[in-house]
Ligand binder design. Structure first.
Ligand SMILES: Nc1ncnc2c1ncn2[C@@H]1O[C@H](COP(=O)(O)OP(=O)(O)OP(=O)(O)O)[C@@H](O)[C@H]1O
Ligand code: NI
Length: 272
């Protein structure tokens, strides 16, 4: 469905006002996402995850330099094709809440997304109302973005992406600011979308939230794809992981703290 081959992304920066330099934000990254798959992209803050999403959607800053190949459904993702597919076959749940139109009510934002995806106005309105109810936002349907909490705004963005019925959904930190029930609901929805034969890229800094729903995980570090492994490889001491970085990410999870501290196990046999 989505093939990324040795993608390199550079952005300009200015150490002094007269001197421009290029920072490599994505460095020869390759990954592919198959239909039916939830593919998690996990890495620390600044690893380049959101820029990867922007590169796929065609939403990079205009000064960006991009090399390598991006294919969606075996056809190159040119800027014109990205424009044509965005909000239709390609949907993004953006990390930034500022993606919402500050002058539109929640109901309108979701309806517009439905109309962009091809629904007529009455059907779009009905679908928007159903999704707002699903995400417990009916009471906020007439609210503007500044009247929404962070978690509510996030759920409006999720409803907007869901309404498009896209073949590839990129969810960039979709559960930040949500309570555990809402988070589980969103992650379950992403899994359900994949089960319909669509592809989901789940971007998160938190491996813990990704593993229960992901089929495969790509670990990013400073713009590079360090390792792609199945979710099942994250078990035990991480013996099945090939990179020390992916292993240490796994071992650093709170539930694994005991397994990385043998002395604790010795003192507390009840935990063994
Ligand atoms: N528009 C931009 N111009 C210049 N540099 C940028 C721009 N956007 C991001 N960067 C830089 O690129 C790097 C990767 O940023 P990115 O937002 O992709 O990280 P991330 O992995 O999504 O992090 P987070 O988990 O905090 O969202 C960072 O060092 C960031 O400072
Ligand atoms: Ni990000």
């Amino acid at each position: 469905m989505l093939h990324i081959d040795r993608l390199i992304l550079q952005l300009p920066h200015y150490p002094h006002w007269w001197r421009q330099e290029w920072t490599t934000c994505i460095d020869a990254l390759s990954l592919h996402i198959a239909p039916g798959e939830v593919h998690a992209v996990v890495g620390a803050s600044g690893a380049g995850k959101s820029l990867l999403a922007a590169a796929i959607m065609g939403l990079l800053p205009s000064a960006a330099r991009l090399e390598g190949a991006l294919h969606f459904q075996a056809t190159p993702l040119t800027p014109a094709r990205q424009r044509q597919l965005r909000g239709r076959q390609l949907a993004l749940i953006p990390q930034s809440l500022s993606a919402l139109d500050p002058l539109a009510r929640s109901r309108q934002q979701v309806r517009w997304a439905a109309q962009r995806a091809g629904l007529g106005r009455p059907a779009a309105q009905q679908r928007a109302d159903e999704l707002l109810a699903h995400y417990q936002l009916s009471h906020a349907a007439t609210h503007y973005p500044h009247e929404l909490s962070g978690g509510m705004a996030r759920r409006v963005l999720i409803a907007m992406a869901q309404v498009s019925n896209a073949q590839l959904v990129i969810a960039d930190e979709p559960s930040v600011g949500l309570d555990p029930t809402q988070r589980d609901r969103v992650l379950a929805k992403l899994k359900a979308i994949a089960r319909e034969g669509k592809a989901v890229m789940l971007i998160t800094h938190d491996l813990r939230h990704a593993l229960p729903v992901a089929d495969r995980v790509t670990v990013m570090y400073q713009g590079r794809g360090i390792e792609t492994a199945t979710a099942q490889a994250f078990r035990g001491q991480g013996e099945q992981l090939t990179s020390p970085y992916a292993r240490s990410l796994w071992q650093a999870l709170p539930d694994n703290a005991f397994s990385t501290q043998p002395s604790v196990l010795c003192q507390e046999p009840a935990f063994a």
